[in-house]
Design a protein around this ligand. Structure first.
Ligand code: F0G
Length: 430
């Protein structure tokens, strides 16, 4: 299959412009619409399942990556030198306590927090930064609520590229900021929220030598779509009935939609899972768009509010792609409260897994969805529990305060106990 079989294609129904793969674009230069990478040749998928499995035993760095192992579906020539940190290959866990909490017999959690920088962003970043280097970019940039920043900073360092990051001042967890600084990125803090940062970064990316690696960039989505491939493989190519993901800027849900569609069209799976996107109640413009069918245009949330800072986003750039994913798969978009997120997060912890607050929207959402006992469900955990330890400590010591001064209950609190000597420990645990 030749790499020339790929193009960039504007998804706006009344445009559909096509561009060469190496045109340095982030949105359609004709209408401003979102771009998809599209393959124009049919692929012979018959040998692929075996080939991909064999690569698991290979020492080729591309085969060690859970993204590049599926490179037949990525828009790069075979001899591309990839920028990789051995991303992907994340576990799919059975989570019995979380299942119980959701009143289901079984629930599986795919932990994207087990990526090199602790979030799902790495699967997209390896591809985005590989394309940046291929295009000869000097500087890679992104706006971020923290995880994209940490991930881009790491991959830029590996690629020896300059990296600039714009974050909303005071609204990024310390752990994420610490990562970006340690990996050597220049971090710029602005007053405002993520949406303000996104507006500013687009301006910066107008310069030819600058490459924007937010999820509006279709190469990021190409990398993230391979998680659908890895998940299908882990389930022996029998996809779940439901796939549940958190929704912020909506790149991840878009990527799962594209990944499962491509697998289905290639005959690698027999059906697609229903994709459900879960948003925090205070930052839920996509859920509102879906609940109101009369709504003809997407109305952004001017003042998004949630303690799940990763998804505190009011103007998600990829909403048309995510809407397509939800509609094509018969999925849904729902919201959960701050209390529901906090409690679900504690339960995921009790399964010995843990995650950051944004990821816990999934389990909180599954608890509210009407799912039959015989249906299978996979939730995507997007970030590691250590990404936001302030939140964890405050939850357990009863001091977690949600927006608008709403004090949250620490339903499943686990408080450190001060002791004088270990002699009292056995008594306490009796
Ligand atoms: N979960 C986590 C942990 C995230 O960091 C993000 C997004 C999401 C979920 C939402 O994913 O945007 O693809 O819908 N974080 C971005 C960032 C915005 O800058 O790190 P999405």
């Amino acid at each position: 299959m030749s790499y020339r079989a790929y193009i960039q294609h504007c998804i706006a129904p009344d445009c559909g412009a096509e561009f060469d793969l190496d045109a340095r674009l982030f949105v359609c230069s004709r209408c401003g619409g979102l771009l998809d990478i599209e393959r124009r040749e049919k692929i012979d998928s018959a040998p692929l399942r075996d080939l991909w499995l064999q690569r698991r035993a290979s020492l080729d760095p591309r085969d060690r990556s859970g993204v590049w192992r599926f490179r037949e579906f990525l828009p790069f020539p075979e001899d591309t030198e990839v920028v990789s940190l051995c991303e992907g290959n994340t576990p799919l866990y059975d989570a019995p306590r979380s299942a119980d909490y959701c009143r289901l017999p079984q629930l599986k959690l795919k932990h994207q927090g087990c990526n090199p920088t602790g979030s799902f962003k790495d699967t997209g970043m390896t591809v985005g930064v590989t394309q940046a280097r291929k295009l000869g970019a000097r500087l890679v940039v992104c706006a971020s609520t923290g995880n994209t920043a940490a991930s881009l900073a790491a991959y830029a360092a590996r690629a020896d590229l300059l990296c600039a990051i714009i974050v909303p001042s005071g609204h990024v967890s310390h752990a994420k900021l610490a990562q970006a600084l340690d990996y050597g990125a220049k971090v710029f803090e602005v007053d405002g929220n993520f949406d303000t940062c996104m507006d500013q970064i687009r301006e910066l990316a107008e310069d030819e030598s600058v490459y924007l690696v937010n999820s509006i960039n279709p190469f990021r989505i190409e990398g993230q779509k391979t998680v659908a491939f890895e998940l299908a493989e882990q389930l022996d190519w029998r996809v779940p009935d439901h796939l549940v993901v958190p929704g912020g800027n909506l790149g991840n849900s878009s990527a799962f939609g594209k990944g499962f569609r491509e697998l289905f069209e290639s005959g690698l799976i027999e059906r697609q899972p229903r994709i459900t996107v879960v948003q925090a109640e205070g930052a839920a413009p996509f859920a509102r768009f879906f609940s109101d069918y009369q709504q003809e245009r997407f109305i952004k949330e001017e003042h998004p509010e949630t303690l799940a800072s990763a998804i505190k986003i009011g103007a998600p750039v990829s909403w048309p792609k995510a809407a397509r994913a939800v509609q094509e798969t018969g999925g849904s978009v729902i919201t959960v409260t701050e209390q529901e997120i906090a409690d679900a997060k504690a339960i995921i912890g009790r399964d010995g897994i843990g995650c950051e607050p944004a990821s816990a929207t999934t389990v909180a959402g599954i608890r509210k969805l009407k799912i039959n006992e015989n249906e299978s469900v996979v939730a995507i955990l997007t970030g590691h529990v250590l990404k936001d330890t302030d939140y964890v400590i405050k939850y357990h010591n009863g001091s977690l305060v949600a927006p608008y001064d709403q004090r949250l209950s620490s339903t499943f609190a686990n408080i450190p106990i001060r002791i004088q000597s270990v002699k009292s420990v056995a008594d306490l645990l009796r």
